[in-house]
Design a protein around this ligand. Structure first.
Ligand code: S3P
Length: 171
């Protein structure tokens, strides 16, 4: 039976680095929703964001999430930080055959870790202030979809081991 593992959380929470390692350890495919959008469109998140606007990006993100979740083989899915903003995505996550894990830490810690990049136009100006505001706006939404909450203010190896245990328990 399919049981995906979906990682949610703010930028800098380690969805990609944790997800890649967990997927490798479990022998599952790893899907990153931002990569999925970029591969589908042949454009970077930044290009879509700046040329077409955030709503256009959010629509592509919604498609990426839905498609990733319908795959028959259990995957590890890193869902981009903003997926929880749309109620439709939250419903999709709650209804999915998936264990949803919120990678959580204080936004100051995330701001120190989060790298700027072509898929993160929102961090161009003031990552610290942005991530604090995002935590205030979104923490309740992550909590709403999460089956489990993992504290990521810890060494990567410990986080990966905990997430692998969850996946094995539910897989
Ligand atoms: C965003 C998070 C980014 C990317 C975009 C918007 C957000 O993904 O989708 O820059 O709104 O939190 P990651 O969380 O994978 O960095």
């Amino acid at each position: 039976m399919t049981n995906h593992l979906v990682l949610v959380g703010l930028m800098g929470s380690g969805k990609t680095s944790v997800g890649e390692r967990v997927a490798a350890a479990l022998g599952r495919p790893f899907v990153d929703s931002d990569d999925f959008v970029e591969q589908r469109t042949g454009r970077t998140v930044r290009e879509i964001w700046l040329e077409d606007g955030e709503p256009a990006f959010r629509a592509l993100e919604r498609e990426a999430l839905t498609e990733a979740l319908v795959a028959a083989d259990p995957a590890v899915i890193a869902a981009a930080g903003g997926v929880v903003l749309a109620e439709q995505n939250r419903k999709t996550l709650r209804a999915a055959d998936a264990t949803v894990v919120w990678l959580h830490a204080d936004p100051s810690i995330l701001a120190a870790r989060a790298t700027r990049g072509d898929h993160r136009p929102l961090l161009d100006d003031d990552p610290h202030a942005t991530l604090h505001q995002m935590a205030a706006d979104r923490d309740a939404l992550y909590r709403e979809v999460a089956d489990e909450v993992i504290d990521v203010a810890r060494p990567l190896d410990d986080i990966v081991a905990d997430v692998i245990s969850l996946a094995r328990r539910d897989g």
